[in-house]
Design a protein around this ligand. Sequence first.
Ligand code: HEC
Ligand SMILES: [Cu+2]
Length: 362
Amino acid sequence: MIFAQIPLPTPRASSQGAEIDDIILATTLVTGLAFVLVTAVLITFCFLYRRRSEDERTPRILGSTVIEIIWTTIPFLIFIAFFVWGIKIFQVHLTPPDDAMEINVVGKQWMWKVQHPEGEREINSLHIPVNRAIKINLTSEDVIHDFGIPAFRNKIDAVPGRTMSTWYYPTEVGVYHIFCDQYCGQGHSAMVGKVYVMEQKDYEEWSKAHAEGSLALEGRKLFLKLQCISCHSNNSGARAPVLEEIYKKRVPLQGGGEVIADDSYIRESILYPLKKVHEGWQPIMPSFLGQVSEDDLVKVIAYIKSLRRGDIPVRTEQFYPPIGAPTQRTEVQSPKTNTENSAPKESVPKNTPKESAPKGGK
Ligand code: HEC
Ligand SMILES: [Cu+2]
């Protein structure tokens, strides 16, 4: 844990992080030192043994067994030491504790689909409790991806037709990056996400709100299906307010005054969006009167009320595979149908309902 004291730009948020940092820094130091030594000797010898006159002849030097043995044995022992050290850490990564909470992750071009033990699902985000072992079961629906979380110092390939496992023990509450660490096609750079490490009670709350069949989860599906996400997304430059944590907050209104965002305000905003317009936003939201049944409205409102920071998904664009790439995916490998599977794809209209209306209408 000596080297692990050095501050690094990437936060360290898992119990295994320090060990990994130690071995990486030690390897870098030792090999770096060897590099400096070899280079120094090389440059010194260039001067020391340079040709001094036109008729100086190069002496014939034959090998030295002693030197050969020394410079073979020392690096060999050093590398073996690193190998043993590395294997020990790797072994720990391969063997999750028995009480680990299991989460299934599926990679596909180009998103991460996550399923929790109680059935909660999410895309491109992973909510987990702090100070609890988390086992990840990973697979891929198409090509090889790699589920990498730098803050946990962990990455593992997602291989189609196989389930790979790894585990974490998150130690710091916070939000960290998920990257796809294996080049997997055109949308590879967009195959990113966030991991939310939460206090146990926050996780339970989140879990309850996202459990299969809960109102909020049903509402989430409607939110995607009704394409609310085309405006209310987490993308920078989205055209509408992000609806996270608005419940019971004050909303300043255009033309002065303000209103508390309670159930009835949310309801009115969906059915009669122009009645009260959030100050600073364009009144572009179409009315959903007649498009959402009362039952569904209740679910959508429950979803909006449940939203915490980072809950609103980012719009995932549909990327088309490059020409020549296999278009038909083998059904054998795909796990059972995921209801959220197609949601982000559908939720990316090129035009909002409002914008596209005049084209067809006039
Ligand atoms: C065409 C873009 C667009 C779509 C689609 C859209 N909205 Fe909006 N929405 C807005 C804008 C812009 C505002 C802020 C201006 C206003 O209050 O009308 C807003 C405001 C709201 C508000 C009030 C929040 C606040 O901060 O005042 C709620 C709640 C809301 N929308 C819910 C929804 C729901 C639910 C859907 C889907 C059924 C939806 N919106 C679809 C653009 C959109
Ligand atoms: Cu990928």
